[in-house]
Unconditional design. Structure first.
Length: 129
């Protein structure tokens, strides 16, 4: 009887240990799955950040080029001429009127239909028919 009791206890312990092993394995599997998902999300965020950084770098380069253009003497001279109407010594400034004013004084481009006499073949056609 004592031996059967110990075998029953051993069988129950073995069953319980198997159940505990399965539960621990499942918990580890769930934890591993969560960690894999977190790593993937982190990689995606990292990729998005790198793309954002690259975009900002390109914008920075473009702005740097524009700043260099604005600092150049040629740009400053062009702006002085165009915006402020300044000129170098000895130059004459000619100011043209707006397009609206030019259009008012320009002749109308409306094509007038010229009344041409009928061609001979039409005249003959009308005569006989």
């Amino acid at each position: 009887m004592f031996e059967t009791l110990t075998t029953k206890i051993q069988a129950k312990l073995k069953t319980y240990s198997n159940i505990v092993f399965v539960v621990i394995s499942l918990l580890m599997l769930v934890s591993l799955t969560r960690n894999i998902i977190k790593v993937r999300e982190a990689k995606e965020r990292l990729k998005e950040r790198e793309e954002h950084i690259e975009k900002i770098r390109k914008e920075n380069e473009e702005l740097s080029q524009r700043v260099e253009t604005f600092k150049s003497d040629e740009f400053v001279e062009k702006q002085l001429r165009d915006k402020l109407g300044l000129a170098k010594e000895g130059e004459t400034i000619i100011v043209l009127p707006d397009e609206e004013t030019i259009k008012k004084f320009a002749p109308n481009d409306e094509k007038e239909e010229e009344i041409l006499p009928d061609p001979n073949w039409k005249k003959w056609f009308k005569l006989f028919f």
